[in-house]
Design a protein around this ligand. Structure first.
Ligand code: NAD
Length: 323
């Protein structure tokens, strides 16, 4: 089913840039849309099939410059129609089944969405002269190869179907750039966190879970000794990074960027941040480590710093205060 909001012609006449966001009802997609809507010259077209996205994430986007299609990125004809009808110039490709676990259980499904869906976006964009696509890849492409910190030249060794699907999508992005001249950029996000993130997220879900537990005053569970660390980056920073990446000059364009803060945060440290935030002395419940989980992960973000220049990256303590 396709749901469209009304188009106001006067508003449409003011529009300079038209963006298409896939996965717009999801965590990161909805933040990119919110950031873009701050500029009155931007029109944002979004698509989502609500696989993991939520209708409530669209509420704050509701305005004349935002149009939403309930639909599936596996539907090539629909993508072509949307991109053609709205003369889309720029695409942020966020839609995916972002789950290692689901990809292990049902690789045929996740491949259809995560790889075929990406190819559909690329082909529909190529056929309609889209200027540029920014793709949301993941640090999952590094697998559990132990050298840290990771940068754009680190060894690629995915260990799940999801990891391969993100890598394959990156490679399709490169191919369309090299073969057809469609400008594409791959952003490898580390662990993104912030408001509207689902508890079930394999990336920053621990932060949403801690927040919930601390609000309710119940003890959270920590798997293993809690010394394992990650690189958490704030979703509003990720939204701005996406837009910066989209509007870089073509000459000297950076086409692959690891997006993290370069700061290691252990689960124990996260727990302390929440204790301070809520001023509650809860005790964590330590249980056996989960099998198959990458132990530690952190990014060397020097290339990202080149892109964002002096723009501030939000400190974890501040981002968590904003939840
Ligand atoms: N959250 C992170 O820390 C993180 C880290 C690395 C990479 N990523 C990538 O960033 C992107 C966004 O992730 P997120 O955390 O916002 O996840 P999310 O699950 O909140 O967002 C994904 C969105 O895609 C939609 N979707 C799924 N299948 C679809 C389909 N067939 N057609 C249309 N829409 C579909 C979902 O309903 C959801 O709204 C994903 O590509 C993910 O792989 C996220």
């Amino acid at each position: 089913m396709v749901v469209r909001l009304n188009i106001n012609i006067a508003v449409e006449n003011n529009i300079k840039n038209t963006y298409f966001i896939t996965g717009v009802a999801g965590f990161i997609g909805s933040h990119i849309a919110e950031e873009l809507l701050k500029n009155n010259n931007n029109l944002i077209i979004g698509i989502d099939n609500f696989y993991s996205g939520k209708k409530e994430n669209l509420k704050m986007l509701k305005c004349d410059r935002f149009k939403f299609y309930e639909g599936d990125i596996r539907d090539f004809e629909l993508l072509k129609k949307i991109i053609f009808t709205h003369k889309v110039q720029y695409v942020f490709h966020e839609a995916a089944i972002a789950s290692v676990q689901k990809s292990v259980e049902d690789p045929l499904l996740t491949n259809e969405v995560n790889v075929k869906g990406t190819l559909n976006i690329l082909e529909a964009s190529k056929q309609n002269n889209v200027k540029r696509i920014v793709y949301s890849s993941s640090c999952v492409v590094f697998g559990d190869e132990i050298t840290l910190p990771k940068n754009e030249n680190s060894i690629i060794a995915p260990i799940s179907p999801y990891g391969y699907e993100k890598l394959m999508s990156e490679q399709y992005m490169d191919l369309y750039n090299n073969l057809y001249g469609l400008e594409t950029i791959n952003l490898r996000y580390f662990n993104v966190y912030g408001s509207r993130q689902d508890y079930s997220s394999e990336y920053g879900g621990v932060i949403s879970i801690f927040e919930d537990k601390f609000q309710k005053g119940t003890s959270p569970t920590i798997f293993g000794d809690g010394k394992q660390y990650r690189d958490y980056i704030y979703v509003k920073d990720i939204a701005r990074i996406n837009i910066k990446a989209m509007h870089q000059k073509s000459k000297g364009m950076i086409r692959l960027i690891c997006c993290g803060t370069g700061v290691k945060t252990s689960v124990n440290k996260l727990f302390d941040i929440f204790k301070n935030k809520h001023n509650k002395d809860l005790q964590a419940n330590y249980v056996k480590a989960r099998e198959g989980e990458v132990k530690d992960s952190v990014c060397n973000n020097s290339r990202l710093i080149k892109l964002v220049k002096s723009e501030k990256v939000t400190k974890l303590e501040d981002g968590i205060l904003d939840l």
